[in-house]
Design a protein around this ligand. Sequence first.
Ligand SMILES: Cc1cc2nc3c(=O)[nH]c(=O)nc-3n(C[C@H](O)[C@H](O)[C@H](O)COP(=O)(O)OP(=O)(O)OC[C@H]3O[C@@H](n4cnc5c(N)ncnc54)[C@H](O)[C@@H]3O)c2cc1C
Length: 404
Amino acid sequence: MINLEIPKKFVPLVGQAHQVAEEVFRPISRKYDQEEHAYPKELDMLAALIDGMNDGSDLGGAGAAGVRRTDNGDGGVRNGSNMSTVLGIIELCWGDVGLLLSMPRQGLGNSAIASVANDEQLERFRGKWAAMAITEPEAGSDSAAIRTTAVLDEATGEYVLNGEKIYVTSGERADLVVVWATLDRSVGRAAIKSFVVERSNPGLKLDRLEHKLGIRASDTAAFILDDCRVPRENLLGSPEVDTSKGFGGVMQTFDNTRPLGAGMAVGLTRACLELTERLLREAGVEVDYDRPPASQSAAAAEYLAMEADFEAARLLTLEAAWMADNSKPNSLQASMAKAKAGRTCVDVALRCVRLCGSLGYGEELLLEKWARDAKILDLFEGTQQIQLLIIARQLLGKSSAELK
Ligand SMILES: Cc1cc2nc3c(=O)[nH]c(=O)nc-3n(C[C@H](O)[C@H](O)[C@H](O)COP(=O)(O)OP(=O)(O)OC[C@H]3O[C@@H](n4cnc5c(N)ncnc54)[C@H](O)[C@@H]3O)c2cc1C
């Protein structure tokens, strides 16, 4: 029988994450939305708490660093760190997405390290906060088009990186930046590797911070890599350019992180729905689960339709995380979850603003902010269109060259 309840061992973690969201994130949500680029110092002590959840436990934790795939050993099914991380993120994003993205040591780069690093690298970068730099001015959705180069200097045993990176979440605040660069542009995808660069490296120059529509608590940086030297042992994964494997190594990160992106959207969607349900109830609109939507008020029927979308997004997200925990190939499910959850989040947030009228649009409540925050969840880590493209390729058995 399929059991769709939260696994018992994760109940305390979900409870803790919800408490953090309610008691720490929500009260400072508006403040850091208005003070864009100010560092939310309240998060420092929380990061230590999350570290505590991650350490010494096979349950993973509530942060993005927990998404490593490990062998079950016994061949049985299990709920592991991918599931616990997604559950934690759903709760924290119920609180505030921008603040979740600002949590020290829980960056996208941490997920990349957790996903691809060898044991020695994992140990060396433990406890550091890592951002992820893929996007460039000429390469967004098409990450295979990146131009940043990495050339091995045999004399010093260092890679020399040159290029430009934009839209790096936590780029200003992180200790490390995981940079995608190509060893040989003529070879294509197989030559793209990820390199861990210390933020203090003089060759990694912060160019600017972006001003944004939403998630303003989260800093978004642009960098110039100018003869940036990194030790050869900072290359994540294999240095071999294996054209038979294509993009495999670096893309593996996304199979683990897209369920997390989907989880962010699920958390924010639930926040919108819960507040809207309360406001509707206070306005005298009851949602009745025992009657068909068509026989209820238009507002109640719309609410029920949104809840159904939310539930579908949530289940897809949990499925993708569960597959990662059980070492099953989940590219298809990860993209399905991200596509459904991202689209649902944007759609639900805007419909909730509409249903709640002036209360939804004003700054007294957080709905208008959530509607702005929602958009990024259908954009970063692959836009809606890109997720649909990946899904189509998988279902039709087409390569990226055959279906663009
Ligand atoms: C706040 C924020 C934070 C970010 N954080 C990070 C980060 O930490 N690290 C990082 O590396 N990047 C990050 N990004 C970058 C993000 O991942 C890219 O913006 C995203 O991948 C889209 O790339 P683009 O902006 O260049 O858009 P484009 O690729 O130029 O796309 C423009 C439009 O065309 C559509 N499109 C493109 N190609 C196709 C196609 N083949 N078929 C159909 N439609 C298509 C897209 O869906 C989109 O609607 C961040 C972006 C933002 C806004």
